[in-house]
Design a binder for this molecule. Structure first.
Ligand SMILES: Cc1ncc(COP(=O)(O)O)c(C=O)c1O
Length: 429
């Protein structure tokens, strides 16, 4: 009997004992290949003792001061460093502890900047379905996850939804820009502040990559009605797709970018908020400060982690590795899996791939949710020593049963081959 509030009480929970590189060992010595980096977090591989030492050295010098009293060298250095990677127009960086918090802060900073210039009616948020932005407050409200919301409807604020582009399903038939514009008009353009999107969807869309012209068309609509775009790169950012920011694949420049997961490589919970100069200048000219504080915002400990992780990515040239090996991984997945009768689609970029599970590929039919097919396959993959990210039948559709792969950027090609073979065995039924 465990006293731990497990994520699910029906699952067998092996006790992870140690981990190194791409591998995790449980207490019985069984070895698992970490093909999902946990929840797309472990960007640098497990057991990076030198990196952990460098973060610890910085923490020994200074671990916590509050943003009301002090700034710190790691924070100042990190802000400069990350901005050197960012698209033009970004000028300020904030640190929080989780992706959900960073999304929340992003929605608030956009709203505040409109208020600062007197546009106080602008508050409505448009998000996309499917989509996921987190599990608290507005981030939760902006997530199109019916099953997550089942018990909590009384707490959820109003958010409007439009369709997200999904590969191989409805993508080609919908005019996304037109749908967005119609939604804005329906809500009243003077009331809409924000359009929030995942640049490349993670678990919600099984790593569906949007068409190249998608962003230019929705940016044009948002500019027309003075609506700010938040790019949620919590899952797809920090180099995971073979560019530091996923928006750079599309020459897409949002107004705010949020990141988490890979930014901290699983070492210290840290998320990032990057804000455009345009938004910050309105706050500077107005009230003079962002009305959002949390105890650990800007803590030197989180900044030390984010900085050292980014320096490590740079030192080991990992973004280029992800770009090159990501092509290898994508081709391997397609070659090995697309011939299987229950694999619907393989899509993604870099080290971020989704594999959808369908009932009958030729008929484009899916398993009924009550069959819980992905959880059965998830169990099978763990028995084979493979860690994947399961996406369970959220809504009945061709996208809803899937696995996401997000291996550490350091994973070797031989390990990828081993992982894909185990995945093929798992999906052969
Ligand atoms: C795209 C996206 N945004 C936000 C979040 C929320 O991040 P966190 O779980 O760190 O709060 C997640 C988490 O999976 C995510 O995938």
């Amino acid at each position: 009997m465990s006293n731990v509030l497990y994520r699910n009480f029906t699952l067998d929970m092996p006790l992870a004992d140690r981990a190194e590189g791409s591998w995790i060992w449980d207490q019985n010595g069984k070895k698992y290949l970490d093909m999902s980096g946990g929840a797309f977090v472990n960007a640098l591989g497990h057991g990076r003792k030198d990196l952990i030492q460098r973060i610890a050295d910085r923490m020994k010098k200074l671990s916590y001061v509050n943003g009301w009293h002090f700034t710190s060298s790691p924070m100042e250095e990190y802000a400069q460093k990350i901005l050197s990677y960012a698209p033009k127009g970004f000028s300020h960086v904030g640190l929080l502890s989780s992706g959900s918090e960073a999304v929340e802060a992003a929605i608030k900073i956009v709203r505040q900047s409109f208020c600062e210039e007197g546009k106080t009616k602008k508050h409505k948020v448009i998000a996309r379905s499917p989509g996921y932005h987190g599990n608290v407050g507005m981030a939760f409200a902006a997530s199109a996850r019916k099953n997550y919301k089942k018990y909590f409807a009384p707490y959820i604020s109003d958010v409007a939804f439009v369709s997200a582009p999904l590969e191989g399903q409805i993508g080609e038939k919908i005019n996304f820009a037109e749908e967005l514009e119609n939604k804005i008009i329906e809500l009243g353009p003077e009331t809409v502040s924000t359009f929030i999107i995942e640049t490349i969807m993670g678990s919600s869309g099984a790593c569906s990559v949007p068409p190249q012209n998608y962003f230019a068309s929705v940016v044009a609509v948002c500019k027309k009605y003075d609506i700010k775009i938040i790019a949620d790169e919590v899952a797809c950012g920090a180099g995971r797709t073979g560019e530091y920011f996923a928006c750079q694949h599309f020459n897409f420049v949002p107004d705010v970018i949020v990141m988490g997961k890979g930014v901290n490589a699983g070492l210290i919970p840290t998320s990032v908020l990057l804000v455009s100069e345009e938004i910050i200048s309105k706050i500077k000219k107005g009230s003079g400060g962002f009305m959002h504080h949390q105890t650990y915002m800007h803590s030197p400990m989180m900044a030390a982690c984010a900085l050292e992780v980014l320096l490590e990515i740079e030192k080991e040239n990992l973004i280029s590795k992800v770009e090159e090996d990501g092509i290898f991984l994508g081709e391997l997945l397609k070659k090995e899996l697309l011939t299987l009768p229950h694999v619907g689609r393989v899509s993604g970029k870099g080290f971020f791939w989704g594999v959808t599970v369908v009932k009958d590929k030729s008929k484009k039919s899916f398993f009924p949710a009550e069959e819980k097919i992905v959880m059965k396959l998830f169990k099978k993959s763990k028995e084979r020593g493979l860690v994947l990210w399961p996406v369970t039948g959220e809504e009945e559709s061709l996208q809803s049963d899937a696995f996401v792969l997000a291996p550490p950027y350091t994973m070797s090609r031989a390990e990828m081959q081993e992982g894909v073979q185990k995945l093929k065995e798992t999906l052969s039924f």
